[in-house]
Design a protein around this ligand. Structure first.
Ligand code: NAD
Ligand code: WQD
Length: 342
């Protein structure tokens, strides 16, 4: 069995990816410091797959601990590196915390890979690297625009660090640029666990519907879009997770055409905020209390992915539509509520 390291594997996207990897027969080891996730996620992964992933809890910015980990696990065949801080607003307030966490952890991992001849890394990048693109949809060759936040900048710099490292080593990398992941596993055993007040749309919708938040604020009703609200390419987290398995398969089977490959992971469809709300109300039967307010500073008007390269070259396509995404997010919120009560 090929052994895969998933950093950040108890987090939102990581946990869904661990499930898909295990179900495809991979032997998974997770490293996470639980700074934004909970240890119970391991039991929930096990409940879905019947396999308890190996787990080590430490901070990947700790160079000696990371080096020791790779020394003990030099049979790892590929790494999927999710571990990072991801809150855009917080990164503006605490830029050094973001640069340190997101970049030092990456550098420690690349060092460990090159010392121990671990050849493959899949890196979680983001559509944020494209800013507000002049042309839509955005392809992998679209220009990288100046980052709007320190968080976004960590993704751009991380891509550069990986590119430069590949120039001087035998390592291979796949950069996956995610659009807007939402939804949860169909079992409702794993999903997103936002700490405090959610910044992102989907958890804010479900928390409002369940009564944790009083009202959803729709940021901006005056965008030059079909209904005045901003447009994003929302992608089901399980589709996203499956793309990671395909990317790992491709690297291990030496199907990559270059030592650095980049893929957009979206559905290719843009939905406005109001369209997401309508989908949520339709699929769940819940009436959402919302109000349209002023734009959120830093938000772009619209973005969606050109998925041709990922579809044709990676041989992967997002399968689930927006209704499946909003319904699964709601089932997850209900499951969280039930757990709180029990
Ligand atoms: P998440 O916060 O749920 O998961 C990240 C995990 O990494 C957490 O479990 C956290 O405890 C862990 N972690 C953070 N820093 C660590 C460190 N120094 N050492 C060890 N563990 C550490 O986030 P997510 O939504 O699953 O995102 C995963 C990756 O995808 C991140 O790199 C994020 O930037 C990227 N991404 C996310 C989105 C999104 O909207 N969720 C979009 C694009 C890209
Ligand atoms: C989506 C739309 C909001 C909350 C962020 C990061 C990006 C990437 C994905 C990691 C926007 C609107 C939101 C609310 C609202 N993450 N909205 N009311 O901003 O596209 O992207 O997450 O890489 O880097 O910036 O996602 O979910 O915050 O917002 O009206 O309470 O929903 O204005 O139009 P975003 P989001």
């Amino acid at each position: 069995m090929n052994k895969i390291l998933v950093t950040g594997g108890t987090g939102y996207i990581g946990s869904h990816t661990v499930v898909e990897l295990q179900q495809k027969g991979y032997d998974v080891i997770i490293v996470d410091n639980l700074s934004n996730s909970q240890i119970e996620v391991l039991d929930n992964i096990t409940a879905i797959t019947g396999i308890k992933p190996q787990f080590e809890q430490f901070d990947l910015t700790d160079a000696p601990k990371t080096a020791d980990f790779f020394f003990r696990h030099n049979d790892i065949k590929a790494i999927i590196h999710f571990a990072a801080f991801k809150a855009v607003g917080e990164s503006v307030d605490k830029p050094l915390m973001y640069y340190r966490n997101n970049l030092v952890s990456l550098m420690n991992i690349l060092q460990g890979m090159s010392y121990n001849n671990i050849p493959n890394i899949v890196f979680s990048s983001s559509c944020t690297v494209y800013g507000q693109p002049e042309q839509l949809p955005v392809s992998e060759n679209s220009p990288i625009l100046p980052a709007m936040s320190p968080y976004g900048n960590t993704k751009q710099i991380a891509e550069e660090i990986i590119r430069d490292t590949l120039n001087s080593t035998k390592l291979n990398a796949t950069l996956l640029r995610y659009f807007n992941p939402i939804g949860a596993h169909e079992s409702a055993l794993i999903g997103e666990l936002p700490l405090g007040v959610p910044n992102n749309l989907m958890p804010f919708i479900t928390q409002t519907a369940i009564g944790i938040r009083q009202q959803l604020k729709v940021f901006g009703g005056d965008y030059p879009t079909r209904d005045g609200t901003a447009i994003r390419d929302y992608i089901h987290v399980v589709d996203l997770a499956k793309a990671h398995v395909v990317a790992v398969d491709r690297m291990l089977n030496k199907k990559s055409k270059k030592n650095l490959e980049i893929f957009n992971l979206g559905t290719g469809n843009g939905y406005s905020v109001l369209e997401v709300i309508n989908s949520f109300e339709k699929t769940t039967g819940q009436k959402l209390n919302y109000i349209v307010v002023e734009r959120r500073p830093g938000d772009i008007t619209e973005i969606w992915a050109d998925t041709e390269f990922a579809n044709n070259e990676l041989g992967w396509k997002a399968e689930q539509g927006v209704d499946e995404m909003t319904l699964s997010a709601w089932k997850w919120e209900l499951a969280l509520e039930a757990r709180k009560r029990s």
